[in-house]
Design a protein. Structure first.
Length: 273
């Protein structure tokens, strides 16, 4: 698959412009963005596979396509999810039955969920250290069962613990035919260890023209929006293990800390000062 490498200076806070000034070309511009879904984990509601009327998240992929070398488990006593001080902790731990961990998805297999076709999606997270860890914040197309149109996946951050100075952003187009799939993205270079010792904002801005990936409000890679993008996108967060790398030295337990997941809808024609 095509692979593009981008180096960026890691900032510790959202970059801003002087009052009344237009943001620089590499800075996040929120003009036209309206809050759509706000999860700050003060009242975290997650179920196993169906959102129902009360939950905002399920604990598996909507298409029953779990992955990695740790089993994604349901919420409940002994499960992978815990909250305190308005923060979510997703824990991977090795038990007598093997490794288990967690995933949350803001949509279910029936096509219900919290998503937008165009907008800005952001998570603030601190990643777990150590080889074999494979945390991610990503978006997936939300559609009803039986709809065979192509879908897209946006990997806002895909991190491999044995490479602490990089992470990956990727736009995938899934067409149900390997010959026509598309995979484009970048390897982002950062200061070693900073993603596991500090919280950072990982975002993606989706417009009819472009998809731009952001780190702490700075653009790190951008590509064209695929013509096949027709569905709302739902946010997903997980702490997977493996991805082809050994988990023999993975710290037990390993914890992904998530302060929030925010979704903004793009409202065309909005007036911006």
């Amino acid at each position: 698959m095509p692979r593009f490498t981008t180096c960026c200076a890691l900032t510790l806070a959202l970059s801003t412009s002087p009052a009344g000034a237009k943001p620089a070309s590499n800075q996040l511009d929120m003009c036209g963005m309206t809050p759509s879904f706000t999860e700050d984990f003060s009242d975290f509601k997650v179920t196993s596979r169906d959102l129902g009327t009360n939950a905002n998240w399920i604990a598996h992929t909507p298409w029953n396509g779990d992955f990695g070398d740790a089993r994604f488990t349901d919420p409940g006593p002994g499960g992978p999810f815990a909250t305190d001080h308005a923060m979510l902790h997703i824990t991977a731990r090795k038990t007598s039955g093997g490794w288990q961990s967690g995933l949350i998805a803001a949509g279910d297999g029936a096509g219900h969920g919290h998503g937008e076709r165009y907008g800005y999606f952001e998570a603030r997270m601190k990643l777990p250290p150590g080889p074999g860890t494979w945390p991610a914040f990503w978006l997936a197309s939300l559609h009803r069962p039986g709809d065979r149109r192509p879908t897209i996946e946006l990997d806002v951050i895909e991190y491999y613990g044995q490479s602490p100075a990089t992470y990956h952003v990727t736009t995938h187009v899934w067409t149900h035919d390997k010959a026509t799939e598309q995979h484009n993205g970048s390897t982002i270079v950062v200061r070693p260890q900073t993603l596991v010792t500090e919280f950072h904002n990982y975002g993606v801005k989706v417009t009819p023209q472009t998809i731009g990936y952001y780190l702490d409000g700075l653009l790190v890679w951008q590509g064209p929006t695929p013509r096949d993008h027709v569905f709302p996108l739902i946010p997903m967060v997980d702490l997977a293990l493996g991805s082809g790398f050994s988990i023999a030295q993975t710290p037990n337990p390993s914890v992904l800390d998530v302060k929030y997941v925010h979704v903004y809808a793009l409202r065309p024609g909005a007036h911006c000062d």
